[in-house]
Design a protein around this ligand. Structure first.
Ligand code: NAD
Length: 484
């Protein structure tokens, strides 16, 4: 049985009780993971502090940039190891992980290395009564030891999205990966050692949230800042923990994203994009669409095409090249999604397709599979239209005007992303600007330039990361004022 250990001060250790990691494909135990004890979390934090005071704190920006490029290149060199680990933990198709998860895991180090290398600082010249003047410049220093708390849906991608900028800015990190996806964060420890990142700069502690590694990290008084991706309720708990010591937080949280499809859209592109945004990664994408609003003249045609697309998705294991959709992450999550499938029935939804568990062959029988599912006919107050499900499902509703759809699409506690499909340029701008979200796509979905701001409005997040915006969180900006 594979053993997965914590990575503390450059070494793999595991004093705590192991817990089982099960395959989403079969529900069989595939690894034993060492749960970090409170003492181990403390050792990780102390190692991270020592590294800040030691060699990592003294290297030049240019040396740091070179090391981060080396990390990215080593991830690419070990691409197959990362791919295998990520697919084993999540059950996602290789075709998806090899195009998104692993390449983005590497590029997250390069992009932020480039940011710290190239972004200038601000400078102001001011007049003084004596006529000699003064100058001001902004000077960025690391914020310190950053606690990084990650989810399971895009494990390596979302973890490096935070570790990349944190290290680029000169911080050290203690990472708590999701208990569901411990492998790639651990593998990254090997990469750090291979390329010579000093001990203690990157630490990984495994475990759960409350009364386990997650809480030990977020409540540790020597963690200087906390960056989190996950559910909004967890984000609230982390914000409370961070309040002690008034430590900054960056929160990327849940979503209930709307797609808005106007009758003048490029129909095939809208169908292709919406199928992806609903079903990619088995619907486990924070930016994914769970509410689709379609202008009435094309409603029936759109629903029929979505049904055909959903029914054409082949469910299967990662290595099968024809697999279009994998399983959900765990039995617990499968039960949650299936409970919403039941809620939809109880609320009186018309089930266009899906709604249950598919029959899977052989060892896949007991995996965490659910059918891709589409509903119509529910009122906007329905729970499956209000609450985040995080599964391969959506409700499709008709709308009659721009005002109508904006009111419906914005009537939600979340505000992460939207996808707008129209060929009318003015309308595209108007609707994008009036949607209360952090990310608005027009005629696309999940098209990401890593230099742009990423984050959520309302209960979907606090703060923005990406490009120069990550510098705001991962550094202290000091003003130096010099009287001439
Ligand atoms: P989760 O909130 O259950 O868990 C996230 C992490 O927090 C895990 O590592 C978990 O162990 C830890 N945790 C749980 N309770 C904790 C506590 N009290 N203190 C400290 N740590 C704690 O989320 P999940 O189920 O892993 O991920 C799915 C959720 O993540 C969805 O809501 C999804 O929308 C959201 N998400 C958001 C984004 C974004 O960028 N906005 C991206 C991906 C996922």
């Amino acid at each position: 049985m594979k053993q997965i250990r914590n990575f503390i001060n450059g070494e793999f250790v595991g004093a705590g009780r192991p817990f089982d990691k099960r395959s989403p494909l079969s529900n069989r135990v595939i690894a034993q993971v060492a749960e970090a004890t409170r003492d181990e979390v403390d050792a990780a934090v102390q190692a991270a502090r020592a590294a800040l005071a030691g060699p990592w704190g003294r290297i030049t920006v240019a040396e740091r940039v070179d090391l981060l490029y080396a990390v990215a290149n080593e991830i690419t060199r070990r691409f197959d190891d990362f791919l295998e680990a990520e697919c084993a933990d999540t059950g996602k198709p290789r075709s998806l992980a090899s195009h998104i998860d692993i390449p983005r895991g590497a590029s997250n180090f390069k992009i932020f290395a480039d940011v710290v290398k190239n972004v200038p600082s601000e400078f102001f010249e001011m007049a003084t009564p004596d006529g000699k003047g003064a100058i001001n410049y902004g000077y960025r220093t690391p914020i310190g030891v950053v606690g990084v708390i990650c989810p399971w849906n895009l494990p390596l991608l979302l973890m490096t999205w935070k570790v990349g900028p944190a290290l680029a800015c000169g911080n050290t990190v203690v990472v708590k990966p999701s208990e569901e996806t411990p492998q790639t964060a651990t593998l990254l420890g090997e990469v750090m050692n291979t390329v010579g990142v000093p001990r203690g700069v990157y630490n990984v502690v495994h475990g759960f949230g409350p009364n386990s590694a997650g809480e030990f990290v977020t409540r540790h008084p020597q963690i200087d800042a906390i960056t989190f991706t996950g559910e909004t309720r967890t984000g609230e708990a982390i914000m409370k923990a961070a309040a002690t010591g008034a430590r900054p937080v960056s929160l990327e949280m849940g979503g209930k994203n709307a797609a808005i499809v106007f009758a003048d859209c490029d129909f095939d592109a809208a169908i292709e994009g919406t199928l992806r945004s609903v079903f990619a990664n088995c619907g486990q994408v924070c930016l994914g669409t769970e509410r689709v609003y379609v202008e009435r003249p094309i409603f029936d045609k759109f629903v029929a095409a979505m049904k055909q697309g959903a029914e054409g998705l082949k469910l299967g294991p990662p290595e099968d090249k024809t697999t279009g959709m994998g399983p959900l992450i765990s039995k617990e999550h499968q039960n949650k999604v299936l409970s919403y499938y039941q809620v939809a029935r109880d609320e009186g939804a018309t089930i266009v397709t899906g709604g249950g568990v598919p029959a899977m062959p052989g060892e896949l029988t007991d995996g965490c599979w659910v059918q891709p599912t589409i509903w119509i006919g529910l009122p906007e107050s329905a729970r499956v239209i209000k609450e985040e499900i995080f599964g391969p499902c959506c409700h499709i509703a008709a709308f009659d005007s721009e005002e109508d759809v904006l009111a419906k699409a914005n009537a939600n506690d979340y505000g992460l992303a939207t996808a707008i499909w129209t060929q009318n340029l003015s309308r595209a701008h108007r609707v994008a600007q009036r949607m209360k979200v952090g990310l608005a796509w027009v005629n696309s979905w999940f098209l990401r330039d890593l230099r742009t701001p990423f984050g959520g409005a309302k209960q979907s997040g606090i703060g923005r990361e990406g490009g120069v915006h990550s510098l705001e969180f991962y550094t202290e900006l000091k003003n130096v004022c010099i009287k001439l």
